[in-house]
Design a protein around this ligand. Structure first.
Ligand code: GLU
Length: 493
């Protein structure tokens, strides 16, 4: 059995993601959402979010909300979904149970599905025997030959049961994957899949196919880990007599050791990326880069550029290795590219700087800080010396070369006193004025700029590495800078 022809008529493109709300919102969900969204937007189609919450034990509303929040944060805006509505709802599978029961009844009536009354004990015995014989593990078809009416009566009388798909025992099932070409499975290797569980809930396979059909999904783009489920779905479409969607199985994101991305080896929660201060644009670019190449090979590209150029031909099939360093690099690029005003506003909005910091200060700091951070969460530490009392040992003020002191405490104190009086008299408190005055002072003394600037940097920031010295002092202001110089002089006494 293969994919059905599209009857020559192209249906309007509709794609979906179908995450299960169990645990934290996963970076893999965003990755698959990105490709679905790009394809949909490129073709003027629609992008749907469906919540697959049929695993009652593991699904939670908090996790569902976290998925909505994460997708909205990233700007992966879906056109239909539980929280935005749409014409094909409900978009939460737990609210569609009667639909699955209605649909599975059609399969019972047509003989494509059957009641199975096997107990857990019997299934365990069958399994153990198969293991011993080294046979394929799977249901042995015991209930498949039961009289249909009799089975229906037993089920109606309340006998515990599941409903299984009657998978053809011979032949093969082939489907076409957009990225991989035809993929064939021998039907003898496909289990008589449970469609409806004993608690009346559908399994993933039934609910997924019924919903994709009823929601008019034309292209199923999901992670490659679902490839082995697809023949079951293809058989189900066939059993229902429904048109197949196109299938696209995206390469999985991988850990460095090429195993499937896991939280033991990489942060997988989208909440973590938000908390660390990755910009949505940078994360999307990064996820795009994992599976997509731009026509001109560019690594930095926007969502709109990816949408405009989108083609399945440009999707890479090699398992992309998730490289956090690369994401840091990209995020740094995006941070530096932000207009200073936007970055200043962001520092305030995200409370990365003390509340009440004047806008002018933020704006003056912004370009310096943008050069020095890769994640927004680094801002408080990278800027701490703008606000906090400095805490450094007096010896840090003494310049040294290859571990040998260049100037002692007496000389250093003397030069700092000179600096203080020059700064007190400086007509204008600007970076240029400070720098030329300090270079002049070096010309007239034993001090090399390298040594003096380091001593001043410690005095002004308490750190050997900081934002540019004189710019920083300009932002600190004359009064605060002189105070810091006096503190340093005091420490050398
Ligand atoms: N509920 C599945 C998941 O959690 C959906 C897979 C699919 O897209 O068919 O990823």
């Amino acid at each position: 059995m293969g994919n059905s022809p599209m009857n020559g008529k192209a249906r309007p493109v509709r794609v979906r993601i179908a995450p299960s709300p169990t645990g934290d919102p996963h970076v893999g969900t965003a990755y698959i959402a990105l490709f679905n969204l790009c394809f949909a937007r490129h073709c003027g189609g629609r992008f749907v979010l469906r919540i697959e919450d049929t695993d009652q034990a593991r699904s939670t509303r908090e996790s569902e909300q976290a998925i909505f929040d994460a997708l909205h944060w990233l700007g992966l805006d879906y056109d239909e979904g539980p929280d935005v509505g749409g014409d094909c709802g409900p978009y939460r599978q737990s609210e569609r149970l009667d639909i699955y029961r209605r649909e599975v009844q059609k399969l019972l009536d047509s003989g494509h599905a059957y009641y199975c009354f096997c107990t857990a004990e019997r299934l365990a015995e069958v399994r153990a025997a198969q293991q011993q014989r080294k046979d394929r593990i799977g249901y042995d078809g015991h209930c498949r030959t039961l009289d249909r009416d009799e089975a229906a009566r037993r089920a109606a009388a309340g006998e515990p049961h599941v409903i299984r798909l009657a998978v053809p025992t011979e032949g093969e099932t082939t489907f076409h994957d957009q990225l991989r070409g035809p993929i064939t499975f021998q039907n003898s290797t496909i289990d008589d899949q449970v469609l409806l569980k004993s608690d009346g809930f559908p399994t993933y396979h039934l609910a997924n196919v019924v919903d994709d059909h009823l929601m008019g999904i034309t292209h199923v783009c999901r992670a490659e880990e679902w490839i082995t489920s697809t023949p079951k779905h293809v058989l189900l479409y066939g059993a229902f007599g429904w048109e197949f969607p196109e299938f696209v199985h995206m390469p999985l994101l991988r850990n460095q050791d090429r195993s499937k991305i896991s939280k033991r080896k990489n942060p997988t929660s989208l909440d973590w990326y938000r908390e660390q201060g990755f910009l949505p644009e940078a994360l999307l670019n990064f996820l795009g880069l994992m599976g997509y190449s731009m026509p001109d090979g560019r690594e930095v590209f926007s969502l709109q550029e990816m949408i405009d150029s989108f083609s399945w031909d440009r999707v890479k099939t090699g398992g992309p290795v998730f490289d956090l360093e690369k994401l840091d690099w990209l995020n740094g690029e995006y941070i530096r590219a932000m207009p200073a005003e936007a970055f200043a506003a962001r520092m305030a909005a995200d409370r990365l700087v003390p509340e009440g910091t004047p806008d002018t200060t933020l704006l003056a700091m912004a370009p310096m800080v943008q050069q020095r951070v890769k994640r927004l969460c680094e801002v408080p530490d990278a800027t701490a010396y703008f606000w906090r009392e400095l805490d450094y040992p007096a010896t840090d003020l003494l310049p040294s070369k290859k571990g040998q002191p260049v100037h002692d405490a007496v000389e250093t104190r003397a030069v700092l006193e000179q600096v203080r009086s020059v700064f007190e008299q400086l007509p204008q408190w600007t970076t240029e004025a400070m720098e030329s005055a300090m270079r002049a002072l070096c010309d007239e003394s034993e001090w090399k700029p390298r040594d003096l600037f380091m001593t001043l940097r410690i005095a002004a920031t308490g750190r050997a590495v900081s934002t540019p010295l004189f710019e920083t002092m300009e932002v600190l202001g004359r009064e605060e800078s002189l105070k810091r110089l006096s503190t340093a002089i005091g420490r050398l006494s």
